[in-house]
Design a protein around this ligand. Sequence first.
Ligand SMILES: [Zn+2]
Length: 226
Amino acid sequence: MVVIVQQRLRGSAGVGVVAVLLPPPGCRHVMHWAPAAAEPCARPTWAGAFLCYSQRMKEIVQDGHPVLREVAAPVPEGLFGTPELMQMLRDMEVALDAEPDGVALAAPQIALPYRIFIVRYDRMHAHPPEDAEHVPDVGVFINPEFVKASRRRDEVDEGCLSVRGKYGKTLRHERATVRARTADGRVFERGGGGLLAQAFQHEIDHLDGILFIDHAVNVVEIPRHA
Ligand SMILES: [Zn+2]
């Protein structure tokens, strides 16, 4: 259970709301939304309040972390529609938002062993909008499974936020359709081609403990700040 304590702070940007999240007993993750580190941040969320978070947001775990090799568990029925699940999704969105090159993220990448991934549709375009008012367009897929995949597969370039600096070529179905559930448990299907289909396959691999380097060819290492 995540306990949310709200308190109001007055800062230079006006009145903000700071949520203090206490991790559940036995949780090895630390969810800091600490008022001590908080300044009213420029990112309005939560019904127009200023939700402040520090640099201590969930880090993206790297190859070698055991959670990346586990088969993630389905989100249990009792978790749908709860603040706990909403918090996990928010943590994923914040972690992905901080990675401008990332188009999708699976829950195990922030050490959450559940079958969830998110995609940033707004980053799938060749020329994403750059204006400051730009609102992230996030797709949430819970307990996803493939319902269709094209016979045709393409060789595509691939990288991963959990395998920093490495890129390679993978074979991915050109089109794929996924059935999944929303945060409140509704079942939906979404199909796509190209980068979206590739993201579906890459992220569902994550949920099965598979990394792209397991099957990629021509893997090269490019220093991050080369
Ligand atoms: Zn990845």
